[in-house]
Write a protein that binds this ligand. Structure first.
Ligand code: SF4
Length: 208
């Protein structure tokens, strides 16, 4: 099964509890103004992978506490998303699976329910710049964190969530990428501090 992937990373602590495998799917038809992942909007051929290859990567680590599937918009690739969740469930049975989507909760829990079957928790709703806030794991206050299973409830409702002030930097293939959901103003401050230190960012979503 083919899947469009932006990138993968492990271990990630900023997108859910524990040490997580993060998978960013490529392509987003929702295109929220102010999105910090605009590099994931398009669907270049270079992002083509096989779901089995991603699952091989997922089983290559000794311990994985959770799997975060983000994007891009995962539901734009419905069959690939279903195959990815099912494969992650099968290969990492003790890991929780968190899926980000810019679709509404009513859509995901209604006609889109099969797309997230096997996931333990979802974060729904598009990013709304005017409602950018400080809720854990969410970029804007309209976004909903919904537990779908007892494991999801234990990890996302009953336990503390990661501090939004924590973001990670991933250096790979000659690029520095931020992992996490920055609170309002953090990216602008990072850009200013980098400029003061003589660093120039290129190709960053927030400066487009
Ligand atoms: S926030 Fe998510 S749904 Fe919205 S444009 Fe960005 S990737 Fe797409």
């Amino acid at each position: 099964m083919e899947i469009l992937i932006s990138r993968t990373a492990f271990p990630v602590q900023a997108l859910g509890p524990g040490d997580r495998a993060a998978i960013w799917m490529q392509g987003c038809s929702i295109r929220c103004p102010g999105c910090v992942a605009q590099d994931t909007w398009g669907t270049p051929g270079s992002s083509r992978r096989q779901v089995d290859d991603v699952l091989d990567w997922l089983v290559s680590f000794d311990e994985v506490d959770g799997v975060t599937i983000s994007g891009g918009e995962p539901t734009d690739q419905p069959e690939a998303l279903q195959a990815l969740i099912a494969g992650a469930r099968r290969t990492r049975p003790t890991a929780d699976i968190l899926v980000y989507t810019g679709r509404s909760a009513s859509w995901v829990l209604g006609s889109g329910r099969a797309l997230v079957a096997g996931a333990d928790a979802i974060i729904t709703e598009p990013f709304v710049q005017a409602e950018a806030g400080h809720l854990p794991l969410r970029g804007s206050d309209n976004q909903q964190l919904i537990a779908l299973t007892p494991l999801g409830k234990a990890r996302y409702v009953d336990a503390p969530l990661p501090d939004r002030r924590r973001v990670q930097l991933d250096v790979a293939d000659g690029e520095i990428r931020m992992i996490g959901i920055p609170t309002p103003g953090v990216l602008a401050e990072l850009g200013l501090r980098a400029a003061a230190a003589g660093l120039t960012f290129r190709g960053t979503s927030w400066q487009d």
